[in-house]
Design a binder for this molecule. Sequence first.
Ligand SMILES: Cc1cc2nc3c(=O)[nH]c(=O)nc-3n(C[C@H](O)[C@H](O)[C@H](O)COP(=O)(O)OP(=O)(O)OC[C@H]3O[C@@H](n4cnc5c(N)ncnc54)[C@H](O)[C@@H]3O)c2cc1C
Length: 312
Amino acid sequence: MYPPKFEYYRASSVDEAVTLMGQHGGKFIAGGHSLLPVMKMRLADPGVLIDIGRIDGLRGITKEDGRFKIGALTTHATVAAADDRQFPQALKHAASMIGDPQVRNRGTVGGNVAHADPSSDLPTVFLALGATFHTAGANGPRTVHAANFFTGLFETALGEHEVLTAVEVPAEAVETGSAYAKLFNPASRYAMVGACASVTVNVMGECTVCSVAVGGLTSKATAAPSVGAALVGKRLTEKNITAAAQAILNDLGDDVMGDIHASAAYRRQMAPVFVGRALTLASHRAGWVARLEKNVKDVAADVLEEIERRLK
Ligand SMILES: Cc1cc2nc3c(=O)[nH]c(=O)nc-3n(C[C@H](O)[C@H](O)[C@H](O)COP(=O)(O)OP(=O)(O)OC[C@H]3O[C@@H](n4cnc5c(N)ncnc54)[C@H](O)[C@@H]3O)c2cc1C
């Protein structure tokens, strides 16, 4: 299938991209893995494409002042291969589960979030991690918090002529763990239900911070404050996690979507299951507390055994 005809311009810098967009209008193209399919299906006919895919400054991951900055043109494969210990595990894991190797090697972080497909993985993860989005436009640079970035079905806070330059996420402290769990669409691997959880635990094994978001369920990535509220102050036991995961139903309201892949009722039923899985994995990854607890228990068991042996 061929896309409709379009004019093509290639930008070699962010400034040039913004200028070209101001002059000609149309759409930016990065990896083309979302835009070209919708053009071929005649769901979009932008007339002009401004290629930003070769702007070097927008590629790669840097770390500064306890935050990772991910250039908009960074591919999913690069994110999945991030090897810094403090890089958020949920983000790395979610990127590794996107589509297939071809999609992960061409598709970009910027294109993924700018497209704002409700079944995409990264909006959910960035929302749970409290990411910040950096943009550039005719009126200069701007930053937008994840809570305000995803505004609706395929809609974001990006202005018509604005280019997303980077996404920033906090580095993960040792007492924090994050995870992403998804119910795959078996054909495309987009999320029918996607859940991201980030939890912080104290030395007593109690949850002090819990941030959860879900995707694939409503028109945009949705934060789940009720789940966090149900878990903070409690120990991360299976029972507490299962009970807290049910609270996702309060955050979803009546807007759960259904389609040929999964009905709204099925998605609704799966939401607490996948929130529970993300919370469980995140709590295991908030590793040192769990390890400390286990060591203390093991030492105590050894001591008791030794006392019993000597008393015999
Ligand atoms: C078969 C298949 C399976 C997939 N499976 C998954 C999956 O499991 N999970 C998932 O999350 N995604 C999935 N995707 C989508 C994939 O992640 C896309 O690559 C990504 O969504 C878009 O990135 P891109 O660079 O290709 O963007 P493009 O297609 O180039 O652009 C997409 C949109 O974003 C805009 N845009 C791009 N970059 C910028 C920028 N820097 N600033 C402003 N606007 C910009 C474009 O104008 C366009 O509107 C799949 C795609 C395919 C084809």
